[in-house]
Design a protein around this ligand. Structure first.
Ligand code: ADP
Ligand code: MG
Length: 291
């Protein structure tokens, strides 16, 4: 049978909005050294809104948005949802899309009415040797806005700038961890300027940007410093699952993807990052008597 302290803590945990899926990992939570947070959907709400439509000269705003709307309708990425909402608000019709292909951490490829279309990250623009207006890009990204690039047949059609809101408890969570001597680190596939802008608002000194999905777990491994550091990872996306598995404690945002939730040791039912503090408190209260 479950020891008394453990069963008591399970009901307290449930009341606090914590779903403990793995008790061994929950026990380790009292000695966490570092907490790694995913940005989009974890420290932020993951609900993007379109702030600006920036077509290449000679292209209409509406045509750029219609192209992006048509293709992003095939994706369930938070960026895609923001663009789709905007297209719907503008009552745009959809063009016919075929050969849709998701490029994890980079964007997507498809054919729209037979022409090759991609919507990608700034890093992918560089990889493909495509140039863009750096000044405009910098203005938006320094402001914390995510900019994506719409390409048709290797020609830039324009940029779309989107923004997401930082979760209301994110700053306090990082401050509370700091007071306990626990280091907070942010990891994201988003651009470095956006990541630094969000990081600055949250008082984070360690930010890893433009990290591809397969590289996230590698970063966690490094941060464990050969097992001398106990590392928790908090994330919501499919992309975060390998990192959640690699961490000493994997913590999923309740509103996150099924894959993240199934991989995690603990689920934050209320999707509130501040509940990480409750995990540590509860782990300490539960296990100190048994050592
Ligand atoms: P995060 O770690 O912030 O969740 P992802 O790894 O999912 O980010 O994506 C990294 C980057 O790839 C995004 O910031 C964006 O530039 C690009 N990207 C991914 N999916 C899409 C999409 N559906 N449309 C446009 N851009 C995308
Ligand atoms: Mg995320």
């Amino acid at each position: 049978a479950m020891p008394l302290v453990s069963s008591v803590s399970t009901s307290i945990a449930a009341r606090e909005g914590l779903l403990i899926r793995n008790r061994t990992q929950f026990e380790i939570a009292r000695s966490i050294d570092k907490v790694v947070f995913d940005k989009t959907g974890t420290l932020t709400e993951g609900q993007f809104g379109v702030d600006a439509i920036l077509p290449t000269k000679g292209i209409l705003d509406e045509d750029l948005l219609q192209l992006a709307y048509s293709v992003e309708s095939q994706s369930d990425h938070p960026i895609a949802k923001g663009i789709v909402r905007k297209g719907e608000e503008e009552n745009l019709s959809k063009l016919s899309v075929t050969e849709y292909e998701n490029l994890a951490g980079r964007g997507l490829n498809a054919k729209v009415e037979g022409e090759k279309v991609s919507i990608v990250s700034p890093g992918t623009m560089k990889e493909r040797n495509l140039s863009f207006d750096k000044k405009t890009f910098d203005q938006f990204s320094q402001d914390g806005k995510t900019v994506v690039f719409v390409i048709k047949e290797n020609t830039l059609q324009g940029m779309i700038a989107l923004s997401d809101r930082i979760r209301s408890s994110a700053l306090q969570t990082i401050q509370l961890l700091n007071e306990r001597g626990i280091e907070s680190i942010m990891i994201t596939g988003d651009n470095e300027k956006v990541a630094n802008s969000v990081g600055k608002e949250l008082g984070l000194t360690h930010v890893f940007a433009e990290v591809l999905p397969n590289e996230k777990s590698e970063k966690i491994k490094q941060l464990k410093e050969n097992g001398t550091m106990k590392v928790a990872m908090v994330g919501d996306g499919i992309n975060d699952a390998p990192a959640l598995a690699e961490a000493d404690i994997g913590i999923a945002i309740g509103a996150g993807t099924d894959v993240a939730i199934e991989t995690a040791d603990i689920v934050l039912v209320n999707s509130d990052p501040r509940d990480v503090i409750n995990i540590i408190n509860l782990s300490k209260a539960t296990y100190k008597k048994n050592i």
